[in-house]
Ligand binder design. Structure first.
Ligand code: NCD
Length: 345
């Protein structure tokens, strides 16, 4: 993938992209350590504006995107509640998004409808202002930027063990409706000999579309409800909560999820170099008393998200800026250098 306009699904990322994202994120992190660097980053896009269009509950994704935009000096406009938008007067989604595209240069959106971001991106591509759309979570379907920060966290955690290749990763919880695990599973196609343990109550097993994807890409996987065995075997245990908000008729109520909760007892059976991740928010899947163990990476993961999103926005907006000057799509040789942060002036 060379050109970066919309960020809609995890399967649009290739290995080159993930490698470059890691390097750019590390660089931004470094530069931001000094006040001079932080001020310089803020000077990069003073003429740009970004929209946060979040019609579904969000803390981390919304706040980290907001912080990422601020770090790059981008102005921010927010619609966080549809009742404050003219949609309440009967305006269509499409008119609402097209209106936003008149005012901003990038739209980050979270909505319940799984195809919405892709549809809006396609529509916008047919207009004079085809601003990039970033999917910040589409119903129970996908969460591509969460997958990027999870990938980054896995890479950093396994750096001294040769990276993600050869690792066993347990995805635990509501695999059916958890968009984070659906997106992350797809990224595993870019690594060698990864094994996925798909650990869930049978009611919330991974959907067949992702299973078919794993088959198609020859990614090893095992479906199980043996949580303790999975914790023993895994190099990374990725916990998720039951997504009750997607219940059609209270189906979560009847499922005993206590068997899939990580407690202090599990710290003893987790490998010494094993790690625990969770996209958060957690409910009961990870006991608070585990947080102090250095193998529990949840707060690192959360903070990584802010830098990964800053890198992503940097890459998207520098391409956009150059395209404007160039007046059209950039040739390939001009796209790759966009992954390198210029020298500080
Ligand atoms: C996740 C989400 O919204 O999909 N949260 C997040 O973005 N970090 C996970 C969840 O809600 O369970």
């Amino acid at each position: 993938m060379a050109r970066l306009r919309h960020i809609l699904r995890a399967d649009q990322f290739d290995r080159f992209f993930l490698d470059r994202m890691e390097a750019l994120t590390n660089r931004i992190r470094m530069v931001r350590k000094s006040t001079k660097g932080a001020i310089w980053l803020k000077s990069l896009f003073p003429d740009r504006a970004g929209m946060l269009y979040f019609k579904q509950a969000s803390t981390r994704t919304r706040v980290s995107f907001q912080r990422a935009l601020q770090m790059l000096g981008v102005d921010i406009i927010k619609i966080l509640d549809a009742t404050t938008s003219s949609e309440i007067k009967g305006e269509s989604d499409w008119d609402s998004i097209r209106t936003q595209s008149s005012y901003v240069d990038v739209i980050v959106m979270r909505v319940n409808d799984k195809g919405f971001a892709a549809r809006m991106a396609e529509h916008l591509d047919g207009t004079p202002r085809p601003v990039p759309v970033i999917n910040g979570g589409s119903g129970p379907d996908e969460h591509p930027t969460q997958a990027l920060l999870d990938d980054y966290t896995l890479r950093r955690s396994f750096k001294e063990y040769g990276g993600i290749d050869g690792m066993t990763i347990a995805l635990v919880g509501d695999l059916k409706r958890g968009r984070t695990v659906r997106s992350l599973a797809q990224l595993m196609q870019h690594y060698k000999d990864v094994k996925l343990l798909l650990v869930s109550p049978p009611e919330f097993a991974m959907e067949t579309d992702i299973i078919e994807f794993l088959e198609d890409k020859a990614i090893a996987y095992q479906i199980t409800d043996e949580f303790d065995l999975a914790v023993e075997e895994a190099d990374a245990v990725y916990l998720t909560r039951i997504q009750k908000e997607h219940d059609a008729g209270g189906e979560s109520g009847g499922v005993d999820v206590s068997r899939f909760c990580f407690t202090e007892r599990h710290l003893k059976i987790l490998k010494p170099q094993g790690i625990v991740m969770h996209p958060l928010p957690r409910v009961e899947e990870l006991d608070y008393r585990c947080d102090a163990d250095p193998r529990v990476k949840i707060w690192r993961q959360e903070r990584n998200g802010m830098f990964v999103r800053t890198a992503l926005l940097y890459r998207i907006m520098s391409e956009q800026k150059l395209e404007k000057k160039w007046k059209g799509e950039l040739p390939k040789h001009m796209q790759d250098p966009l992954w390198v942060l210029p020298e500080m002036e």
